[in-house]
Design a protein around this ligand. Structure first.
Ligand code: GLV
Ligand code: MG
Length: 349
């Protein structure tokens, strides 16, 4: 049992109170950069102007002999670079690794006032979040931070998926979750070497023609990730945190990336990771609501000011529930329009 009144109390003397609301600003792309790359400093201002979130990655993809260079690079970049309106996040190393303790100690000490969210990989249960939660409170107190740092879990092990509701509810610091298809595939022993997206072997096929056993049969690829993304979206919506799709590894396959991002968006995700500048524009377009859908949703809201009763609009039945659907689209559109002039012009918001 946990005393519900303690949930909103700091976990260390002198730490700021935990956040009771999470920031809801556009988070269409979390763009990953390697802070051990010396050339990054020059590129970051331009990337920041295009991205909602920039994330300095310390975990997988950073070679073991560059772990410290990445950590120190992030400290330097976080201090020197002007990120404009883009939020600065990091992905620290996994909790069982030899680097994570120094990642947290060093980054909170040096960048605690600039880091909005710490992404924790390979979270398996609420206990992982509790550990990070208490440690962050101790470090915030030690460094006199006044603003609490948020935590974001990557869902990328079978145990993590099994426990995802408890993970989502583990702390008021929880800002969101990302879906990690590469580690998850390995953890589940799925037989794919792809990072996200579909697989030509995972498909349904129509029945044979009873009159012609040799006739070709239509068949279509299915979505390998639907079940787990659906569970993640429900757990996040139920606890008021934000779900994200993670990486799409085939950088050259822009239509494949777009399809994966769009399925996630339609299911309720707010954004995705981008691993290459080419994917940034895709995420911006896909995770901003469709202007035609915005037009219709605005019409529904204007036509039904009290959101009640049954109405016909453009031949489609509208009622209290569809009014709420329209509100989801218009609220997101207003949020995006506030920081994206092109989108504001396209939607008249
Ligand atoms: C991301 O970290 C993944 O494993 O897909
Ligand atoms: Mg991973």
């Amino acid at each position: 049992m946990r005393n519900p009144r303690a949930f909103a109390a700091p976990l260390a003397v002198g730490a700021p109170s935990p956040p009771l609301e999470i920031p809801v600003t556009p988070a269409r792309m979390i763009h990953f950069f390697d802070p051990s790359n010396e050339k990054m400093a020059g590129k970051l201002p331009e990337l920041a102007a295009q991205c909602d979130i920039l994330l300095g990655n310390l975990e997988d993809a950073v070679p073991v002999d560059r772990k410290e260079a990445a950590r120190e690079g992030l400290v330097r970049l976080g201090r020197e670079v002007d990120f404009g309106d883009a939020a600065l996040w990091t992905r620290v190393n996994a909790l069982e690794s030899p680097w994570v303790l120094d990642d947290l100690m060093r980054l909170v000490g040096e960048l605690g006032d600039r880091l909005e969210v710490i992404m924790v990989p390979k979270v398996e249960g609420a206990w992982d979040i509790h550990y990070v939660d208490r440690l962050l409170a101790q470090l915030e107190a030690r460094h006199d931070l006044t603003k609490p740092i948020f935590v974001h879990a990557i869902l990328e092990t079978a145990l993590g998926v099994t426990n995802l509701e408890e993970i989502a509810a583990a702390s008021p610091r929880m800002q969101g979750m990302s879906f990690g298809p590469a580690d998850l595939a390995a953890s589940r022993r799925m037989k794919t070497t792809r990072v996200g997206g579909g697989h030509p072997g995972y498909r349904v096929i129509e029945d044979p023609d009873p009159h012609d056993g040799d006739a070709p049969r239509r068949s279509a690829q299915q979505d390998l990730w639907h079940y787990s993304i659906g569970r993640m979206v429900d757990a996040c919506a139920a606890t008021g945190i934000l779900p994200f799709y993670g990486p799409f590894g085939d950088i050259a396959d822009v239509p494949g990336c777009e399809a994966q991002f769009r399925s996630a968006f339609l299911m309720g995700c707010v954004g995705a990771w981008t691993l290459h500048p080419r994917q940034i524009e895709v995420a911006r377009r896909v995770f901003s609501p469709d202007p035609e859908e915005v037009r219709f949703a605005k019409k529904v809201i204007e036509a039904i000011p009290d959101g009640r009763g049954v109405h016909m609009i453009e031949g489609k039945m509208q009622d209290d529930a569809t009014w709420k659907q329209a509100k989801v689209i218009v609220d997101l559109a207003k949020q995006v329009a506030a920081s994206d002039a092109d989108f504001a012009a396209k939607t008249g918001l």
